[in-house]
Design a protein around this ligand. Structure first.
Ligand SMILES: [Zn+2]
Length: 273
């Protein structure tokens, strides 16, 4: 699933192509992808509008159109946007094709969990999916103190709390496991048990790794590609994610792999306390 660095990379690659372009036509091949609207109003409202900007909030992309409409998109497991500068036949799982003045934007999603919703721009921040989100971890107002406050009332395992988008927006399984390893904190610790020093280390690790992920154009572990169809390269820098049973790069002992809150978690029993 694309996490913050991957969605940010998609945003940046989309911006290279679609800003100030007009959506000349929309083809919805599977109406479930634009759930919440009848296929006709979605197409009617989107057609003919110019794309003004592309923003991100957590793992959501916001494509702002003129006329105070925005497309609120979540890639979920396997969703992806691809820009092509010429006509391209849709793939089997391409659910929406936006014909722009300078090419085509395809939304493709094998697992069909991704969604593109049409939302009035003024209501975006109040949208039920966005208004519950925690702080943006790369913004200046995300501090160790804020992280501590968000974790304070939770006695669930720390890893589970970090995946909760209400605690921090944009973290997923990859960057949560990597941040905990870098900070030397066990994913099994109670979320509200961290000392000030540990909160500071975790805060620093989250920010450092998310920024490193963006700098590497994301992690392409399985499906992820940016809007140009390119893979990221952060998978080469992973220390624990996907390495269960292999030796820890720091201490050489085998990494532990377990299920936590329904998600696979990998950590080092020796290096993470
Ligand atoms: Zn270790």
């Amino acid at each position: 699933m694309p996490e913050l660095p991957e969605v940010e990379t998609i945003r940046r690659t989309l911006c290279q192509h679609i800003l100030r372009q007009t959506i000349e036509d929309v083809l919805i091949r599977w109406p479930g992808a634009v759930k919440g609207w009848d296929i006709f109003p979605f197409e009617q409202e989107v057609k003919g509008r110019r794309i003004l900007s592309v923003d991100r909030r957590g793992k959501y992309l916001l494509i702002h159109l003129e006329g105070d409409w925005s497309l609120l998109a979540h890639m979920r497991m396997t969703g992806r946007f691809n820009f092509y500068d010429e006509h391209r036949e849709p793939e089997k799982h391409t659910h929406a094709v936006f014909t722009l003045s300078n090419g085509e934007l395809h939304f493709t999603d094998t697992r069909k969990f991704g969604r593109i919703l049409l939302v009035p721009t003024g209501e975006c921040s109040n949208h039920p999916s966005l208004c519950i989100l925690g702080p943006e971890p790369l913004e200046d107002d995300f501090t160790p103190k804020i992280l501590g406050e968000r974790l304070k009332r939770r006695n669930a395992a720390l890893k589970i709390a970090l995946l909760d988008q209400k605690v921090v927006a944009g973290l997923g399984n990859i960057y949560a496991d990597e941040s905990l390893f870098r900070a030397g904190i066990s994913p099994l610790r109670a979320a509200n048990s961290l000392s000030r020093k540990e909160l500071s280390a975790l805060h620093d690790s989250i920010r450092t790794l998310l920024q490193a992920g963006i700098d590497a154009q994301g992690t392409s572990f399985r499906d992820y590609r940016d809007a140009n169809g390119e893979k990221g390269s952060f998978q080469k820098a992973l220390q624990v994610y996907g390495r269960g049973g292999e030796n820890c790069y720091r201490c050489g002992r085998p990494l532990i792999k377990l299920r936590l809150g329904g998600r696979t978690t990998v950590y080092c029993l020796h290096c993470q306390k």
